[in-house]
Design a binder for this molecule. Structure first.
Ligand code: FAD
Length: 434
């Protein structure tokens, strides 16, 4: 249902932002955790206007429509073959240079990689229901535009405005529920009484999912790699599971491209898991923590929890974690975090001006005379750099900060540090920044 502004930026870099913006709903609203008696406990803030990534901070979509846009987008590439309705039965050493298993929670490729499973403790079945709502119904009009996490110990629920007439309810299964009967009208509509009745909406789809919190250790074995739910699963309370998989893809894409063009050694892939695992863990840990608030079913404990928020709602934002150690300087954040996407003086979004390369942005006086194959963008990002008391940033092709400099020698030494991630003939390449 949801992706964030950073993921929209990944779609932008895949050349699909406009098409996706046409089928997704941008929202400036956040997510409210509300007690059974209607008090707001916590709010994940929304973002007004374009956020730091140059796009709205939150987007809502219907999965089959988004997937259709992504699949159509693949037709731009003559070297991509799509085989729908085929099952991979085994993976062995044939002629692919690399295999990326994005084959979900029950990944077959993961078995071949031999990853270690780490259970983070949350496993809970929920009923997931899409409703097509009658826009003329006063009760539909009265539904909140923000996402609601209803922390009612009698029946926790999530309510999301997906867009158009479609709204999503996620409803926690309680002891004694018969999953097969939950959508029977005499059981379903009484559960929905707080929101809608059968005259207001039509049930489009329903399924029971068990929400898991799991990470795998070992995302690579030789030429086999994992991405997405194959190597991590989060409960969906932050709407971040697919987002994490998209970030995996963005992290892998430029590394694989550099390696197959002989611009970087194969060992660059060893930075993939080391960078991504701590990053995704931050989101999963927060989702598990929020799940503990939302999924409290003991009335006394829920009342105690509600009292903790008597002084007012707690506000929070999506985390913006640092990548773990890898292809970056060994320095504290904001090194290893994603750089924002400012607009250049001529109105071009920064990422469009960079393309699939490293880039150096910042104080023109510092950048002047740099001998580099990276994109040089003088006087871009100065506001962000000033906030961090720096004058220039070296950005990787996925726009994560490789290093920050204050002086010319510092900038030169950062560019030297990129060299150890290059193959010997990387000097010919766009990967080599200097
Ligand atoms: C109720 C719910 C709500 C969610 N809401 C959000 C949200 O709002 N935002 C968000 O970011 N995330 C959300 N998520 C998480 C998100 O759905 C997953 O993280 C995401 O779908 C993972 O994508 P994936 O491609 O890694 O795996 P999957 O979506 O599981 O895709 C794997 C694919 O591989 C195929 N496959 C597997 N094995 C084989 C094989 N042997 N041969 C051929 N094909 C194979 C499968 O058929 C499947 O199509 C939600 C999850 C749930 C359950």
């Amino acid at each position: 249902m949801h992706f964030d502004g950073e993921v929209m930026r990944i779609f932008q870099n895949a050349g699909l932002a406009d098409k996706i913006a046409n089928v997704a709903r941008a929202s400036s609203r956040g997510m409210h955790f509300v007690s059974g008696n209607g008090r707001t406990l916590m709010v994940r803030r929304g973002i007004d206007g374009p956020g730091p990534h140059g796009w709205a901070g939150n987007w809502y979509f219907h999965q089959p429509i988004l997937e259709a846009v992504l699949r159509a987008g693949l037709r731009r590439f003559a070297n991509v073959r799509v085989h729908l309705g085929h099952e991979v039965a085994s993976v062995d050493d044939l002629d692919a240079r690399y295999v990326v298993g994005c084959d979900g929670a029950r990944s077959l490729v993961r078995q071949a990689v031999g990853s270690r499973h780490i259970d983070l403790g949350l496993h809970q079945p929920w009923l997931v229901v899409d409703l097509l709502c009658d826009p003329s119904s006063p009760r539909v009009k009265a539904l909140p535009d923000y996402t609601v996490q209803l922390c009612d110990p009698a029946r926790p629920m999530t309510v999301v405005n997906v867009g158009g007439e479609r709204r999503r309810w996620e409803i926690m299964l309680m002891p004694g529920d018969d999953p097969a009967r939950l959508t029977d009208p005499d059981i379903f509509w009484p559960m929905m009484a707080r929101w809608l009745g059968p005259q207001d909406a039509r049930l489009e789809r329903a399924a029971v999912y068990t929400f898991h919190s799991v990470v795998q250790q070992g995302w690579r074995r030789g030429r086999l790699l994992l991405a997405g739910d194959a190597c991590h699963q989060t409960p969906p309370f932050l709407g971040q599971g697919m987002c994490a998989g998209m970030r995996d893809a963005a992290n892998l894409a430029w590394k694989l491209a550099a390696i197959v063009k002989d611009e970087a050694p194969d060992s660059l892939l060893d930075t993939y898991e080391s960078e991504r695992l701590p990053h995704v863990r931050t989101f999963i840990d927060l989702a598990v923590k929020l799940g503990a608030v939302l999924q409290e079913t003991d009335p006394a404990a829920a009342a105690e929890r509600d009292r903790r928020f008597e002084a007012g709602a707690e506000m929070f934002d999506f985390p913006q974690p640092q990548l773990g150690p890898g292809c970056r300087l060994d320095a504290p954040p904001p090194v290893g975090t994603i750089f924002p996407q400012p607009t250049l003086a001529d109105g071009t979004p920064m990422d469009e001006a960079i393309g699939d390369r490293f880039a150096i942005v910042g104080d023109a006086a510092l950048l002047d005379g740099s001998r580099t194959r990276a994109a040089l963008l003088p006087d871009v990002g100065l506001e962000w750099l000033a906030m961090h008391d720096k004058r220039a940033a070296v950005l990787r092709p996925d726009r994560y900060v490789f290093g920050l400099a204050d002086t010319r020698p510092e900038l030169a030494s950062i560019l030297d540090a990129t060299v150890r991630f290059q193959s010997r003939d990387g000097s010919r390449s766009g990967f080599k920044p200097a």
